[in-house]
Design a protein around this ligand. Sequence first.
Ligand code: AMP
Length: 140
Amino acid sequence: MYKHILLATDLSDESEYVLKKVRSMRGFTGAKLSLIHVVEPMPGYSYAYLGIEDIEGQLIEEARTALAKIGQSLEVDKKDQWIEVGPTKSKIHAIAAEIGADLIICGSHGRHGLSLLLGSTANAILHGAKCDVLVVRLPE
Ligand code: AMP
């Protein structure tokens, strides 16, 4: 059975549906749970308008707060809550490898994939993952 699950969340409202599934899965697997949210770096042109570090810093802080809320509801230790900055797919794969996750859970679509059967991030997570991936089909 799975020993260490990594839940990838985009912190959107849709993620609540995924959290319910994770809660029940965790119950019957008894697996450890870690959480990850990746903050995508701001595009270069943002430099022209605002201090990019400030925006990124603010995004990271907001993400940390939102992830902590999810962490609290799922009883996940702070040290198992990952906020990463960079390309979403590779950061998720890198953290999955670092913590020895044997299952990655993500939603079928989130912010980027509403009109698609499978969002671009979900697709990217599936391709190249070194462990199992559970894609939770989100309701239309
Ligand atoms: P998407 O393919 O972007 O529509 O998103 C599909 C799923 O990928 C979401 O339901 C999340 O589980 C995961 N995901 C998307 N963006 C992120 C992100 N920035 N950090 C972590 N997981 C994400």
